[in-house]
Design a protein around this ligand. Sequence first.
Ligand code: NAD
Length: 464
Amino acid sequence: MAVNEEELKLIVSQVVKQMQGTMDMPKTQLGIFNDMNTAIAAAKDAQKIMQRMPMDIREKIISCIRKLTRENEETLAKMAVEETGMGNVGDKILKHQLLAEKTPGTEDITTTAWSGDRGLTLIEMGPFGVIGAICPCTNPSETILCNAIGMIAGGNTIVFCPHPQAIKTSLFAVDLINRASIEAGGPCNVAVALQNPTVESTNIMMKHPDIHLIAATGGPGVVTAVLSSGKRGIGAGAGNPPALVDETADIRKAARDIVNGCTFDNNLPCIAEKEVVAVDSIADELIHWMLKEDDCYMISKEEQEKLIGVVFTKGKSLNRKCVGRDAKTLLSMIGVHAPANIRCIIFEGEKEHPLISEELMMPILGIVRAKDIDDAIEKAVWLEHGCRHSAHMHSKNIDNLTRFGQAVDTAIFVKNAPSYAALGFGGEGYCTFTIASRTGEGLTSAKTFTKSRRCVMSDSLCIR
Ligand code: NAD
């Protein structure tokens, strides 16, 4: 690796500042600051170094992130559950394994070339510089580590804005990324974050002149804020994914797949099945298998009312104490002591039922009956609320599958499998935890975090 004098000076000054403790950084964790402007300046310095380094070093940093993620998967999973109270350790471990193994690195970034009589033209994908990445509390370290792999592959460094409810876990992940970089011969501060992030500090980041791209993974509020910032924004927002089941499906398997997808990490993934729309002729059979084989508990009308009272606050927003809790805990909140095996709460209701039409992120699965496939498609499209995020279907009729896929128009459409197949878990394809539903990039990867640059050599370098 050839390091020029300017880069050498930057590296030396980074090390000296760190040794002197003048970088506003606690000794124990790397990349953590108290002030947003200082954090961005440090990430900018690191990006200058990164941009001049060979792609090979980026790939080595990514390999180290993958390795450290695997080594710390249990720690991160336990820390997130303890800190946020959401999800479960076993599934969070799986999510870390998935991101470490299946998030694309530098191989995702390709060059396009044209050569001919008038020379050689290339489209090369270059970094944006410092990217602002706003992350959710539902998959805190998964989003940070997965974003870091893609963004570093693109040659960027990152200012992370974690959710205040998941600071400890998020800062642990930011520290790991910097350790990975240093181990691979890269700079420190490839990822930075604040010790105490707030909405105000995120706003400073969004307005900062050195931030040219912002990736927001979260609910509608943050995505709207980013898209109103005047900067280029990647909006990975909320969904309310329906699972549609028609009369041609393998009903027993559909029941199992839907419950497995819905209960994965206690329904925290934004792609997870949030409700079912079942064609009338098979609805009873579907419920039968869910109750008989898939550890579901059917709640009565009275219990539904009690659950509405617990799940929503008086102001009708989601009660954060219920998000990502397991079925037994939710049932105990309404005085129901369910058998130990219960992992999903089910009931039948109209599509307007609040436990069906709202994105809950809890293993509560309302089942809406439809008289036929036309009615089912109409109801499922309504329930997706135009988020264009995710929808799932169980069917063997390719016409029905095609019609629903076209009508619902989502970034993700899983057929005959649990929703997590979309993340590469039991399905083909790569992994991401940032699904840009609102802005249309879909499942983000390294190339999403690069900008297109045309490089033209006129009348030379064509050797055909
Ligand atoms: P959230 O919207 O409450 O918070 C997400 C992040 O945005 C946090 O860091 C928060 O501090 C920040 N934030 C919120 N409002 C803001 C504002 N006005 N200005 C600046 N920053 C703001 O979401 P959450 O509860 O952490 O995560 C769950 C939500 O995220 C769900 O709606 C889920 O569907 C969605 N989500 C989407 C994806 C995706 O890839 N599309 C992935 C994960 C989660």
